[in-house]
Design a protein around this ligand. Sequence first.
Ligand SMILES: [Mn+2]
Length: 418
Amino acid sequence: MDMQESNGGEELTLSSYLAIEGQQGSRVIAYRRDTKARVQLAKGVYEIMQEFSSPCSVEHATRRLDPAARGRAGAAIQMLRHKGFLVPCEEKDRFEHSVLRMASPTLFQSPRGNELAAGDIAVIGVPFDLGSRLGTGSRDAPEAIRRRSFDHDYRVDFSSGQAIGWHDIDHSRRILEGVDIRDWGDVAFRWGECPAAFYARVEQVIVKIVQGGANPVVIGGDQSSTFAVIKGLLSRYGELAVVWLDAHTDTSQSGESSDLHNGNVARRILELDGVVQVVQGGLRGYSLYDKIAQRPKKQEIVTAVELNKQGPEALLRHVRSDVPYYVSLDIDILDPAFAPAVAGPIPFGLTPGVLRELITALDERKVVVGFDVMEVAPALDHGITTVALVCQLLLAGMSAIASFRSAVGKNVVTSIIG
Ligand SMILES: [Mn+2]
């Protein structure tokens, strides 16, 4: 393991959430109370961890070890960092005063991320639903989804420190292998502040994520925040196209033109100069006016019937290969029978299988630079029907981002920043 990679000069210390549970034979059981990550540590690894009882740089700790133990130290420290057992000293204070709040547990029990350790894919929660015209409740989604996500816990190979990913049975492939997923926590929301202040913070976090070389996965909240996410991404990519998966077009003209809510957010996004195209899929049902006839040139619409009948190709034929895509998923694209946890259910929706095949088809195109799942209102769920589904959709979306990253190569992505 290259010591440069783990930033040898930085001081690390033991997480304050660390608990040593006991010993099993020659192994020590370590547990993180917040993320519920439990790891069996070989005695040698445990001894390396103890070097950080008081803050210490990796270089310094390694030097204090037996020469025989030094060779394995890099990989062991990397693994301890991934699991969050070792944390940078300044991390605790930074979160206190920052735009983010720590999430506990993290999504898939992945390690925490921040500006110094952005990861490849950065997860953020947006527990905000004051932009919803239909009803509140999606503010609870980030926590509910993270809590449910333990079914698919993020694991790293013990010796290499690399993520082992997940096996996709239906497509006989391994996804997200070696991909560093980091949960940055929730964008901080303060009661009483004006929504614009919150959206500004969302944008700021996205800018930090892309500056760190990572790509974002966002868990809403209502879909109004997607506007801020896209503005943040434009700071890096300059031009973006959007796949908007939703039962509604979200292009309402009512109210002040400067307003932002989940009923007009797609129109506000269409108005952004850097957005070259918005392909909307999933529209259906009866509405007062014809939403398709009077649409701007860069808005494409694919109905739920077309998607259910023709599959992903109905939407994919509009997707270009020369521009990066952001995928925004309003969970009400699904039929309410499958995803009941929505404020505005509309029948005749997509089946989960069709939605997943659509995301997988986008994955194959290698164009997805960011992904969100919005509008899940856990209080309306039937048990865990919707949140369990969302956990799997998040894996599919992350895989699409990883495919883009591996196709472009990390260095090339960096050069896009300029
Ligand atoms: Mn929507």
